[in-house]
Design a protein around this ligand. Structure first.
Ligand code: HEC
Ligand SMILES: [Cu+2]
Length: 327
């Protein structure tokens, strides 16, 4: 056999072996029953062929047999369910201390933004042995971020943040694919994930330049004159101090927690939620700010947290966050 033949792609993340084990189990169960049924079909086909003298009367009823083929498949499928749910839960639940990196998909490339301001295209540098959480959004159509060696794949949607996480456990360079057909050059929407030892990763980070997102975001905030309406007091828009994580009362009478998704739609689609007590005056920044810009402005708005002196509004629901020590 060809020595380069591999049943699975190389595995380089902490979850990969668990995914493979589950997958092997499913394949093994399927193969076992496929063969069992094939062999029985052939056997009975021969045994009861026309003209054979085999006994053709009804066999006596056996409750034990009836019970067995209800209970055995039930137990097997429960094993699949519990095992699958366990792996699924871990794949979907990023640890709180994960390093957060932003990914913006667009026809036909991946843009990556690191929290220190470093950016890259069609490459993703990550540190070895540390959980990494990707927050992802698309500039246009649906894409899908797929790293076979890590056994993770997640759709990247226009207008909605999705996330995925992994913990690389082997240094090296791995394939990155778009796994959702997204137009004529879909096949070119590929790249590499480069897993570096912690020291090498720190070196790589320091070799790249770029402003931290909250700094770049503050600049965009300035340039687009958001502050002309969003003043601490007396502006035509609400004060943005401490807005992230706050429960915002809406004109419709409902209220909503100002998470990243809400902040994004406030900027690109302001008519969707109107804050109680304000007029729908805010222009949409669709077309003026791209998804990377919006992520930066959100990073900036998060730093406005705890800046309570500028905020005249207390929603009084005890939801206030502790002040952040550094800005
Ligand atoms: C012409 C005035 C105006 C400008 C310019 C403006 N906004 Fe607004 N903004 C408003 C008003 C009025 C509201 C409240 C009504 C609503 O929800 O649409 C608002 C709401 C918001 C909210 C929701 C706030 C909350 O308390 O829930 C966010 C976030 C926001 N704006 C961000 C921005 C950003 C970022 C910019 C600049 C890119 C900007 N705005 C530019 C007028 C403005
Ligand atoms: Cu794509």
């Amino acid at each position: 056999m060809d020595s380069t033949f591999q049943l699975f792609p190389e595995s380089a993340s902490q979850i990969a072996d668990r995914v493979d084990a589950l997958y092997l189990f499913l394949v093994a169960v399927a193969l076992f029953f496929t063969f069992l049924i094939c062999v029985l079909i052939l056997y009975f086909g021969v045994k009861y062929r026309r003209g054979s003298l085999a006994e053709r009367g009804n066999p006596p009823r056996s409750n034990l047999l009836e019970l067995a083929w209800a209970v055995v498949p039930f137990l097997l499928s429960m094993v699949m369910f519990v095992w699958g749910a366990d792996v699924f839960y871990d794949i979907k639940t990023p640890p709180a201390d994960a390093l957060q990196i932003d990914v913006v998909g667009k026809q036909w490339m991946w843009k990556v933004h690191h929290p220190g301001g470093q950016s890259e295209i069609n490459q993703l540098h990550v540190p070895l042995g540390r959980p990494v959480r990707l927050r992802m959004v698309s500039e246009d159509v649906i894409h899908s971020f797929y790293i076979p060696a890590f056994r993770v794949k997640q759709d990247v949607l226009p207008g909605y943040y999705t996330q995925m996480w992994f913990q690389p456990d082997r240094a090296g360079t791995y394939h990155l694919f778009c796994a959702e057909y997204c137009g004529t050059e879909h096949a070119q929407m590929i790249g590499s994930v480069i897993v570096l030892e912690q020291d090498a990763f720190a070196d790589w980070l320091s070799g790249e330049t770029g402003d931290p997102p909250e700094v770049a975001g503050a600049r965009l905030f300035e340039r687009h004159r958001c502050g002309s309406c969003h003043k601490a007091q007396g502006g035509s828009g609400p004060s943005l101090a401490g807005v992230f994580g706050r429960r915002v009362p809406l004109k419709s009478g409902e209220s909503i927690v100002a998470d990243e998704q809400y902040l994004r739609s406030s900027i690109l689609n302001p008519q969707q939620h109107i804050v109680a007590g304000f007029q729908p005056l805010m222009p949409s920044y669709q077309g003026q700010l791209n998804e990377s810009d919006v992520l930066k402005i959100i990073a900036y708005m998060k730093t406005l947290e705890g800046n309570a002196s500028a905020s005249g509004e207390d929603t009084g629901d005890g939801n206030d966050q502790p002040p952040e020590t550094e800005n």
